[in-house]
Design a protein around this ligand. Structure first.
Ligand SMILES: [Zn+2]
Ligand SMILES: [Zn+2]
Length: 245
């Protein structure tokens, strides 16, 4: 499998960049994981929209789902031009209802609500979910092919469920929406970079990618915090970079 980073900012992007969006591809499947602001433009640098098999949304905050309606327009046009025959499969949490309905009402999407017991088979990959702790319902996502496994946290506060879910992941993409210094003044519903490192270390994740950065903070601060507690291979989820799993 391959993971290409389309956007790594939250809750708003840096100039010219995008919020959360990740293209996961295998020999036969092409899946977009999260579709935050700016992701549709970035996606087309790598594949045509008609090639997408499915979209999976960790949760419905705009920095993870804000470009979905724009994607819907694109899929509508591809269907009208007969470049695509079927609606695009979209897997997403069922709440909040108004956000869910906004996406589910698009005729170009075939939506399914994510639940913890859902096990998806999309061509040659298997996908499972685990509910996390965040302002909106958020599911961490595991993608498996053969004996290789990728895990993405979505947005979450620290919780032991994520340690268990990321156990021995070959690649663990984890949000680091905060630094420890922020945590002292705002307890937002996110992980600090240090907490992301601790979770990766306890889970025994083989490789850690940090994501979900505030635009005005140097990424070295995130790396330094996580590196103080995590002993594996670690880097920033670099925009437009591709990682092999
Ligand atoms: Zn976010
Ligand atoms: Zn969020």
């Amino acid at each position: 499998m391959k993971l290409t980073v389309l956007g790594n900012y939250g809750p708003y992007p840096k100039a010219g960049c995008a919020c959360s969006g990740f293209l996961l591809t295998s020999d036969s499947a092409k899946v977009l994981i999260d579709c935050g602001s700016g992701v549709v433009g970035k996606l087309q640098q790598f594949i045509d929209i008609e090639e997408l098999d499915a979209v999976i949304l960790s949760h419905l905050h705009c920095d993870h789902a804000g470009d979905m309606l724009t994607l819907g327009y694109a899929v509508d046009i591809k269907i009208k031009k007969q470049l695509r025959s079927a609606p695009l499969k979209v897997y997403l949490p069922g709440e909040p209802l108004d956000e869910f309905d906004r996406i589910a009402s698009r005729a170009s999407f075939e939506v399914s609500k994510i639940g913890e017991n859902m096990q998806l088979e999309l061509k040659d990959i298997q996908i499972t979910f685990k509910e996390m702790k965040h302002g909106f319902p958020n599911y961490a996502i595991s993608v498996k092919k053969g004996n290789r496994r990728f895990v993405y946290s979505g947005d979450t506060m620290p919780n032991d469920g994520l340690i268990e879910f990321a156990k021995d992941a070959d690649l663990f993409l984890c949000e680091a929406g905060l630094l420890e210094r922020d945590e002292k003044c705002i307890r937002a519903m996110h992980l600090t970079a240090k907490e992301a490192g601790e979770i990766a270390e306890k889970a025994g994740a083989k490789r850690l990618l940090l994501t979900h950065f505030l635009p005005d903070i140097k990424v070295t601060h995130y790396i330094n915090e996580a590196a103080s507690v995590y002993n594996g291979i670690m880097e920033i989820a670099g925009e437009s970079k591709t990682y092999f799993i």
